[in-house]
Design a binder for this molecule. Structure first.
Ligand SMILES: *Cc1c(COP(=O)(O)O)cnc(C)c1O
Length: 399
């Protein structure tokens, strides 16, 4: 008989009762070091006092009023995001997929308003992940996720990542724009070449098409800048955000330049509780921490430290790992054996790492991770790798 909770996930048999910083405790009292952050979402770690207080205080005042009325917390959060980014205006929603849906609608509608409704196609990349709604699945383009869900939403063309010739070849009379992740998270922690992002900006300007970025995973401080594209020195026209933006509270956003944002006039798009007072109070508390002097620089420093250790581990265990990759605190180790085996060994040592496409072990600790946490994670990873390497050697000897 089917479980009451719909069994659409292959869940690990771990249930957590409470957390503090980078650590989580199971209901049966075991302690784990969380280097997955609930898929790069618990950006301030667990139980962050400032975030907890903001949510508790707002919950006691008013949680939800709907977008029929002004929401001061949303106005404040939008203004702060505008001040900190390329964007002129922000739309709030509840998830990454929803942010991408809003971004796709904005891009298409802006092109239509410009008198070119036939230009609705978006160029996306192999290895992308944009969400699980019907349109964002089509943007994701992974046949494995699309199977059995009927006709694929039309208007998404996929080309190889980091390949400018393929992008140029794909641009046609029906092209509306391009959507790229500055770091492909789900696809295997693969950063875009910075020159590739600059070239995408140039080609969008050349053809007068819209440059969209999905920073749902790479944004909100994850790489040591508020948004990862800042490393390349260029900015998109429109961008989605979610995951770390609410620190674990569901919140998503579309950030856009005025020229494109103005396409979504009243009646064109909406959500019942997107950007409600509670969610935006969480978002403001997250920004209070992230925009404090030195926070992002420290994320960058800690990312470099962890990356240095991962490079060492990759070299020490060539039968287990191929190489280390990633940017900031969105890091990965490409495994030489099925990655699930490595992940299982990490969990046995008390380290929660997650996996990504391309057989990659993904490490995305809270941005508040301490140097001591990193040292412990590296020790656990090394212990796990030692055991896995021994198992690999035994298997080879038995054959
Ligand atoms: C997680 C993710 C999404 C989807 O976000 P949900 O909140 O799960 O809908 C979209 N794009 C990227 C890059 C992501 O990492």
């Amino acid at each position: 008989m089917i479980s009451a909770l719909l069994p659409n996930y292959a869940r690990a048999d771990l249930a957590f009762e409470r957390g503090e910083g980078s650590w989580l405790w199971t209901v049966d009292g075991r302690r784990f070091l969380d280097f997955g952050s609930g898929i790069a979402t618990a950006s301030l770690g667990h139980g962050h006092p400032h975030l907890v207080k903001a949510i508790a205080e707002q919950a006691a005042k008013v949680m939800h009023t709907s977008n029929l009325y002004r929401i001061p917390q949303a106005e404040k959060l939008a203004q702060r995001l505008v001040d900190a980014t390329f964007a002129d205006s922000v739309f709030f929603c509840n998830s990454g997929a929803e942010a991408n849906e809003g971004m796709i609608k904005m891009m298409r509608r802006a092109m239509s308003d410009a008198g070119k409704p036939e230009r609705f196609r978006l160029i996306c990349f192999e290895g992308a992940f944009h969400g699980r709604t019907l349109a964002t699945l089509a943007a994701t383009g992974n046949s494995h996720y699309l199977e059995g869900f009927g006709p694929v939403v039309d208007g998404f063309d996929h080309v190889p990542f980091n390949n400018m010739n393929a992008v140029r070849n794909a641009i046609g009379s029906g092209t509306c724009g391009i959507i790229v992740e500055p770091v492909q998270g789900e696809g295997g922690v693969r950063p875009a070449d910075m020159q590739f992002l600059r070239d995408l900006r140039a080609v969008c300007d050349e053809y007068d098409i819209i440059f969209g970025m999905d920073e749902v995973q790479s944004g909100m401080g994850r790489t040591g800048k508020l948004f990862a594209h800042e490393w390349s020195g260029i900015a998109p026209d429109v961008m989605s955000s979610a995951k770390g933006i609410g620190g674990g509270f569901p919140l998503g956003a579309v950030l856009a330049k005025e020229k494109f944002a103005k396409a979504l006039v009243p009646g064109t798009h909406g959500t019942t509780y997107g950007g409600n007072p509670l969610a935006c109070s969480a978002g403001n508390a997250v920004l209070d921490v992230m925009l404090a002097p030195g926070f992002l620089e420290d994320v960058e420093r800690k990312g470099r430290k962890l990356r240095g250790e991962l490079d060492k581990i990759a070299r020490e265990f060539p039968t287990v790992f191929v190489d280390a990759r990633g940017l900031g605190l969105l890091l990965g180790l490409k495994a030489a054996i099925p990655v699930g085996q490595v992940q299982g060994a990490c969990v046995a040592e008390g380290l929660m790492a997650i996996t990504a496409g391309d057989n990659v072990l993904r490490l995305a600790p809270p941005l508040t991770v301490t140097d001591g946490d990193i040292d412990q994670a590296v020790a656990m990873l090394r212990a796990a790798s030692t055991k896995v390497a021994a198992a690999v050697a035994n298997q080879a000897a038995a054959q």
